[in-house]
Design a protein around this ligand. Structure first.
Ligand SMILES: NC(=O)c1ccc[n+]([C@@H]2O[C@H](COP(=O)([O-])OP(=O)(O)OC[C@H]3O[C@@H](n4cnc5c(N)ncnc54)[C@H](OP(=O)(O)O)[C@@H]3O)[C@@H](O)[C@H]2O)c1
Length: 299
């Protein structure tokens, strides 16, 4: 029997690539991923993934990706932006899927507590707008709502590559925040896409650990065997002035915070990584002995 075809928008993003990995690992799907990079497309093709380009906010490229992939299932997320820009980019994808007509089920990865976060957290409200648009579309859908990614702690693209003995985050060391690994968002998406009837209309928060920056540093210390400290990546006064959206998000974490149910997520992804397991999976076990030859040798 032919495998169902899945289109993964932003197939090289942290979430999208994890979805691709989980779909391939299941062996149940034919996977088509979007990327603008020919190098990434070659790497994906070598793994049996068909590829095509897609540009956020471009309706024609969303249509072209759907026409090329001919999917019955779709995963998408949106890139952080203003409420208007990110919201519109997500709505364009939803509208393109609807116009395409042959899609049985769509999984959208939003963000936890998008509904209760204040309007000042624009990149949460943009995702709420996309959720609402998807719900109103008449398409079969489910929504993933991830909390903070562990991947933020090793993020060269955002000038926060992990360095020996130090880990940096956006908020103060003693603030407890729920976390999840993108790998596990991917696994949850694959579970939903494998059983659309069960997941139709449902929302699942993705959270697998709840910890402070001090806890993150302690986990890294334990896994690597090297004493690590936690520091704030961007001084708060700078965030208040020029990163207002992220500053509002931290204020939300300080006052209300993610209320995601870790046990409920682990019922769907039983091997979801906690912080120590994430650092282990990232390859830091040998950091103390092999710093110069590992990805840790960036200091
Ligand atoms: N960080 C967190 O803690 C966290 C928590 C919850 C939710 N979120 C949300 O997660 C979303 C981001 O997901 P992510 O981290 O998986 O994404 P990501 O890794 O930042 O996505 C980067 C990829 O997007 C593609 N891309 C960049 N600009 C593009 C454009 N204009 N058009 C098409 N593709 C483009 C690039 O792929 P190619 O070059 O291969 O095309 C790139 O590999 C954001 O909305 C954020 O708010 C983040």
């Amino acid at each position: 029997m032919a495998k169902p075809k899945v289109l993964v928008f932003l197939g090289t993003s942290r979430q999208g690539s994890a979805v691709v990995d989980a779909l391939l690992a299941s062996g149940k799907f034919e996977v088509f991923a979007t990327t603008r990079s020919t190098k990434s497309a070659e790497a994906l093709k070598a793994r049996g993934v068909k590829c095509g380009p897609f540009t956020c906010g471009d309706a024609a490229s969303a249509k072209a990706a759907l026409d090329a992939a001919e999917p019955s299932l779709v995963f998408f997320t949106t890139l952080m932006g203003s409420r208007e820009v990110e919201g519109s980019s997500g709505k364009i994808i939803v509208d393109a899927i609807k116009a395409y007509g042959g899609v049985q089920h769509v999984v959208y990865s939003s963000v936890a507590n998008a509904d209760v976060a204040p309007d000042a957290v624009g990149h949460f409200k943009s995702k709420l707008d996309v959720e609402d648009h998807l719900k109103a579309s008449g398409l079969g859908y489910s929504i993933l709502r991830p909390v903070a990614f562990f991947e933020n702690y090793d993020d060269p693209a955002n000038f926060n590559a992990l360095k020996k003995g130090s880990v940096k985050g956006l908020w103060q060391a003693d603030l407890k925040v729920k976390h999840v690994a993108c790998r596990d968002i991917g696994k949850a998406a694959a579970v939903m896409l494998a059983n659309p009837a069960k997941w139709r209309g449902k929302t699942l928060d993705c959270a697998s650990d709840d910890l402070t920056g001090e806890d993150v540093a302690a986990a890294l210390t334990e896994v690597s065997g090297v004493e690590c400290t936690y520091g704030v990546a961007v001084p708060r006064f700078i965030m208040r002035c020029v990163m207002k959206d992220l500053n509002a998000m931290i204020e939300f974490f300080e006052t209300t915070g993610y209320d995601s149910d870790i046990a409920a997520f682990k019922a769907v992804v039983p091997d979801a990584l906690d912080c120590k397991a994430w650092f282990e999976a990232r390859g830091v076990k040998s950091w103390s002995e092999e710093a110069s030859s590992s990805w840790f040798g960036l200091f």
